[in-house]
Design a protein around this ligand. Structure first.
Ligand code: LLP
Length: 442
């Protein structure tokens, strides 16, 4: 059973959820049924206060445990829209960007690009040049060929480009295979084990227009425990100490990547991000003492854990199909185009009937999308009151990797985004139109 009925307050997976006197689901203090009426469905909601709260948890904990020179970088791949970068700028976060499109969005959102870190295993020459034009602070260099391409462009401009080297520490964080990127068998980075990390560093140190600032690794996503991060940090620091001894270079910055998990279901653990960070810092200090190293400036790159539970998607229920003594389907007016995560990864979500929260959840169903594809499913084994056509179906925790992974499959326009801030609701992205979908067709 993947989902648990949300008719009971104890089942609420995040403190921005509630039920009001009308028996409606509330999100960030707003009546979700009224929002669905006002803006139509499907509809993405974002809770700005929750996003800021998460930024502050990371910022406070990292400064406290890793020191003032440390900072979190928001990984925009989780949700990349202009308004997010306004919040990131105001919260004094750094950011992780992975494409010229993300750089363009962050820059259009007014983000100071000197605090950005440019990732990706295949930055093109035009990406490299675009990033330098936009003043991206750091490149996270993935390979020898990329290193030489960065050097060439920086030399042409007569500039010095700061970089981190992406290292694969060889860790299996016991997470979903396809989002596990830290093992040696990875398209990302240079492995310590194979000697390629040292070769990359040695070559980088010999480039005239490149300043190597340190190392980066990312071990995976939706990780609940601190142990995999501790192991990664230990491996990175030991590598740094070895390279100091062998090549005379000690890293100023160690970037541990993103990946801390979030609670999608009531039986997922509530993660104490500060406690995890404190634990990682403790182990890092031990290694630094043992190896006689200065404690580095630490970066972490949370994406999901900044925005996931600040998001919710509202749909309208349509066809309810009961297959006698087998199963039931509730079809909604969205699906894999706005949330492909169940179709791709079998990801769990909590689902509720937002306009009938006080009724008994005695109907078990598969919540399916409207695409012409059997795999277009949002969640299986959902418990809710038996829906009527027009009831509002709410899917929680959709702030990360939903809007950013949305498509126009079956020519379905992307939903609008409404930002909730205090008592206000503000449309920040309008609903896509059919004309929008044709706008690139000549
Ligand atoms: N830094 C790097 C280099 C990354 O590759 C990622 C995620 C992050 C940071 C942020 O990780 P987070 O804190 O969000 O876990 N589409 C998948 C997730 C792919 C994550 C890829 N990299 C999903 O929907 O679950």
């Amino acid at each position: 059973m993947l989902t648990i009925c949300l008719d009971n307050k104890n089942d609420m997976i995040c403190d921005n959820l509630g039920v009001n006197e009308a028996g409606h689901l509330t999100f960030a203090g707003h009546d979700t049924v009224s929002l669905a009426e006002k803006y139509g469905t499907p509809l993405y909601l974002l809770d700005e206060d929750k996003i800021r709260e998460k930024c502050r948890i990371y910022m406070g904990a990292m400064k406290k445990h890793f020191g003032e020179a440390s900072m979190p970088l928001y990984a925009g791949k989780a949700l990349c829209i202009k308004d997010i970068y306004r919040i990131m700028r105001e919260e004094k976060m750094g950011i992780d960007v992975v494409s010229s499109g993300e750089i363009f969005t962050a820059s259009a959102g007014g983000f100071p690009m000197e605090n950005s870190y440019f990732h990706g295993n295949n930055k093109t020459d035009s990406d490299i040049s675009f990033a330098m034009d936009k003043g991206v602070g750091y490149f996270v260099c993935d390979s020898v060929t990329e290193l030489l391409a960065i050097q060439k462009e920086a030399e042409k401009r007569g500039s010095i480009q700061k970089i981190l080297l992406r290292i694969t520490p060889g860790i299996d964080p016991h997470t979903h295979q396809s989002i596990n990127t830290g093992r040696v068998d990875s398209k990302f980075g240079a492995a310590i084990e194979t000697g390629q990390a040292k070769e990359l560093l040695s070559l980088a140190l010999r480039q005239k227009n490149i300043a190597v600032m340190g190392y980066h690794c990312h071990i995976g996503s939706q990780i609940f425990e601190s142990e995999p991060f501790i192991s990664a940090a230990e491996i990175m620091l030991s590598f740094s100490a070895d390279m100091r001894d062998e090549l005379g270079f000690e890293a100023e910055i160690i970037n541990l990547g993103g990946g801390m998990g979030v609670r999608y279901l009531p039986d997922h653990p509530l993660i104490d991000y500060e406690a995890n960070i404190a634990e990682i810092a403790k182990h890092m200090r031990m290694i630094c003492d043992e190896r006689g190293m200065k404690f580095p400036a630490v970066r972490m790159e949370p994406g999901r854990s900044i925005v996931a539970d600040a998001g919710m998607t509202l749909y309208s229920a349509g066809t309810v199909k009961i297959i006698p003594s087998f199963k039931s389907y509730v079809s909604i007016d969205g699906g894999m185009p706005d949330n492909p995560r169940f179709a791709l990864y079998g990801s769990p979500y909590s689902v509720a009937l937002a306009n009938r929260m006080n009724e008994e959840c005695d109907f078990v169903c598969t919540v399916a999308g409207r695409c012409c594809e059997s795999g277009d499913i949002i969640q299986e084994d959902v418990k809710m009151p038996k829906p009527e056509r027009g009831d509002i179906v709410a899917v929680m925790t959709t702030g990360a990797y939903n809007h950013s992974m949305a498509s126009n499959y079956n020519r379905i326009p992307r939903p609008p985004v409404v930002m909730l801030r205090g008592g206000e609701d503000k449309l920040i992205i309008r609903r896509e139109t059919y004309e929008d979908m044709l706008s690139c067709e000549l």
